[in-house]
Design a binder for this molecule. Sequence first.
Ligand code: SAM
Ligand code: SF4
Length: 450
Amino acid sequence: MNQRTFFVKTFGCQMNERDSEIMSQTLSMHGYVEGMVMEQADLVILNTCSIRAKAEQKVMSLLGMLRKAKASNKGMQICVAGCVAQQEGEKLLERMPHVDLIIGTQNIYRIGECLEYARKNPGFIAIDLQDNYDIPRFMPDSDLSANKPAEFRKFVTIMQGCNNYCSYCVVPYTRGREVSRKVSDIIDEIKVLIEGGIKEITLLGQNVNSYGKTNIVTDNGLPCSFADLLHLVAEIPGLSRLRFTTSNPKDLSDQLMRCFRDIPILCPQFHLPVQAGSDAVLKRMNRKYSVQQYLELVDTLRSYRPEIALSTDIIVGFPGETEEDFQGTMDLLEQVRYHGSFSFKYSDRPGTRSADFDDKVPEDVKTRRLIEFQARQDEISLERNREYLGSTKEIMVESINSDSIKGRTTTNHIVHVDSSGLGDNIRPGDLLMTEIYHAGQHSLKGKINS
Ligand code: SAM
Ligand code: SF4
């Protein structure tokens, strides 16, 4: 009998990318093989994101397209996973009755059995969210190179969910209560990954700063904080680079900031979402820190690791944001001079508190503010990149083609290097020293130091 093929399309954050890997590995254990063409697959999984309305619309239009594909491929099963599945559930099925399985964020480990059930009972919905959820122990394939020869870095989920209820955010509703994964499960997973050739690990959570705070996690009988976990991971032999994301500034401890000083393999790169540069807006966002407190964190981080490259997330046009509030965000940008940022127009999300705020900012004002913010960020990113000119940086190789190598610095900057004369023994994950001779807005160019 032919094996059933599957195709996973992932939307949204790194958390979803990791969940897609978990589902793919689980499906392989159930005898499925990965297919290359979505329309021809026996099983299509859309792992979805609902953080902004636009992300959700993309999923809906792809589902519309899959309705036609399914009409000409009768055996096809369609599964919607992730945050849209969790949020919409039954409503999604009413709009898209050709969907066979809707699987929520805590159920991905059960995807094999849910699919089996859905084959006989199409339109199955598995979206229960438990408050006392225990993240199942799940180990990666020990032979990583069997499927993807170029793999050298991985995401490792250390917690799920969020308890912060920022007023604009769906995550606490789509991913449930915050829960931290067991220390031993995390360490064992990383050991398997390193044995499989992985050189760089990024630890993932919606707010890693509060690891171990809602459910106590222990190492050798003692409570383990996120900073403790970073030290434990860094001690595992064989790892070249360690990163993490994301951090809510309200929980950023001095102990954690000191890790940037004390752990050499912790990359000097920190994504610290500020969201807005106005105390009034931050308060209505329920972020629980002030602009001044945020700036003090930035100063402390830079005192511990002067070369640290900071990036952030910004929302423009939050309900009630005045021109003066927005100017506060622009001023903050000038003060911090981020190496890069992700900026978004505020988007109403169902069930969130801010969706009910009545002082919405008009779309054209949001667009103008976003353009202004991004234009200035682009200039600053270029200025920041020029600071690297003439310096020598270590890059980790990501990809190699006939005439160039693409790599990444510890500060998360992409560097393109002329590969002529380098021979063909360079592999993804290798470390090279490069001298930076060109700085563009989004990447650098370097030559190999001989
Ligand atoms: N946990 C992270 C934190 O606390 O900063 C944020 C994770 S969230 C998945 C990624 C980013 O999406 C947020 O930092 C925020 O800038 C943006 N975002 C979330 N909800 C949004 C909304 N309703 N409209 C626009 N952007 C939003
Ligand atoms: Fe959303 Fe706030 Fe939780 Fe981040 S900390 S996931 S923005 S609720």
